[in-house]
Design a binder for this molecule. Structure first.
Ligand code: PLP
Length: 386
């Protein structure tokens, strides 16, 4: 396919980029020790804190989201520390693997893919830790591999009352889902640029509470590039310790402006509307939802299972070849079974409707019985259901 044909990216990252942001991404370079940079950095940082709803320090790191997760781990923990990891999917497993790579003693509390953390089980596991040896709890807010949204506020309450640090992978939930970092008293929260921030991959954000800074003092995991000491020192000069991806900051300034124009309540509402429309539409086509309970359904991505006898990968191929619509597949054990429809960032109801319209054609061509317009109509109807 020619790269000049516009693809409709219905992925849970990378996501489409607004035209005004694309323009900023071609701005001429500036020096990262200049007054112009300092002004840009201050502006962007204040708005990133607004997204996280926090007054905590926010470190902007060059790297993908996983780099942010690694930074979260190495700046709070020491080899041998006991860590409780709540795993509901592939990204939860990755968080654990990072902590283990640096020598943490990770206790993996695993839940079936497609479900959320069971609060009773978590409470029991914490209660069993009578000597309060668990130093930190690792949790994924929105598990992108299964399209499950964890009940983070309740999880955080349990963890905080036990006295452990909470480290949150919020890479795919930020902007799409309400996440008041200060109100929920979250110690370390990680975001990534290529999800709902509407800019290309390459930046991670990590919020760091006072308690996290306390933990930092005694943390002995090896670190250099991600050592927050340097970030804090250079922050005082409105700089980053190493050369930042300046171009991404140009784009981020504009994407944050767009977000502020829309406002957090409307951002969350738009993503919820896309989730509802997607869920209604695919069900009308005979797909089943990987996460039937809407309360724990991701606002950023919807996992769907093809009707009996239909090949999920062939459906994805039809969408790509005939309609240039890119859907994500399943990861690991879910490969070939799951289709994931991303709907976050620079996307709205029209993108869901066009995706469903194309899906109707693809399914009908593959021999599935489809009444054209039925999925689109079911999605449209959600606008009127309240
Ligand atoms: C995208 C994503 C990541 C980060 O992946 P990178 O490829 O390193 O950016 C981590 N966790 C979740 C939940 C994600 O959705």
């Amino acid at each position: 396919m020619s790269k000049y044909i516009r693809q409709q990216l219905m992925l849970p990252g990378p996501t489409p980029i607004p035209e005004s942001v694309l323009q900023e991404l071609s701005a001429p370079m500036i020096g990262h020790r200049s007054a112009g940079w300092a002004e840009l950095f201050e502006d962007v940082e204040a708005k990133v804190k607004w997204v996280f709803q926090t007054q905590n320090d926010v470190m902007s790191i060059s790297g993908s989201g996983s780099g942010g997760l690694e930074a979260a781990v190495v700046n709070t923990l020491s080899p041998g520390d006991k860590v409780l990891a709540l795993e509901i999917g592939v990204f939860g497993e990755r968080f654990s693997t990072i902590a283990e790579a640096y020598g943490a003693q990770v206790d993996r509390l695993q839940f079936e893919f497609g479900t959320a953390v069971d609060l009773d089980l978590l409470e029991a596991r914490l209660a069993a830790d009578t000597n309060k040896e668990i130093k930190a709890v690792l949790v994924t807010h929105n598990e992108t591999s299964t399209s499950v949204l964890n009940p983070l506020e309740s999880i955080a309450k349990l963890v905080k009352s036990h006295g452990a640090l909470i480290l949150v992978d919020a890479i795919s939930s930020l902007v799409s889902t309400n996440l008041p970092v200060d109100k929920w008293d979250l110690d370390v929260v990680v975001g990534g640029s290529q999800k709902a921030f509407m800019i290309p991959p390459g930046l991670a954000f990590v919020t760091f509470s006072d308690r996290a800074w306390e933990a930092y003092k005694s943390s002995t995991m090896p670190k250099f590039y991600f050592d927050f000491k340097y970030y804090r020192d250079y922050r005082a000069k409105s700089q980053t310790p190493w050369t930042p991806p300046i171009t991404l900051f140009f784009g981020l300034k504009e994407s944050l402006r767009l977000m502020q124009e829309e406002g957090l309540p409307q951002l969350f509402k738009r993503h919820e509307q896309m989730m509802k429309a997607t869920r209604a539409g695919v069900q009308a086509l005979g797909f089943s939802l990987f996460v039937p309970d809407e309360n724990i359904a991701s606002r950023a991505v919807t996992g769907i299972v093809a009707p009996e006898g239909m090949d999920a990968e062939a459906i994805r191929k039809g969408m790509l070849d005939d309609h240039h619509i890119v859907l994500a597949g399943g990861q690991r054990a879910l490969k070939g079974k799951l289709i994931r429809v991303g709907h976050l960032g620079y996307q709205g109801l029209p993108d869901i409707l066009s995706t469903l319209a194309a899906l109707e054609i693809v399914m009908k061509k593959m021999g599935h019985s489809v009444e054209l317009g039925s999925a689109v109509a079911a999605a449209q109807q959600t606008v009127f259901n309240q």
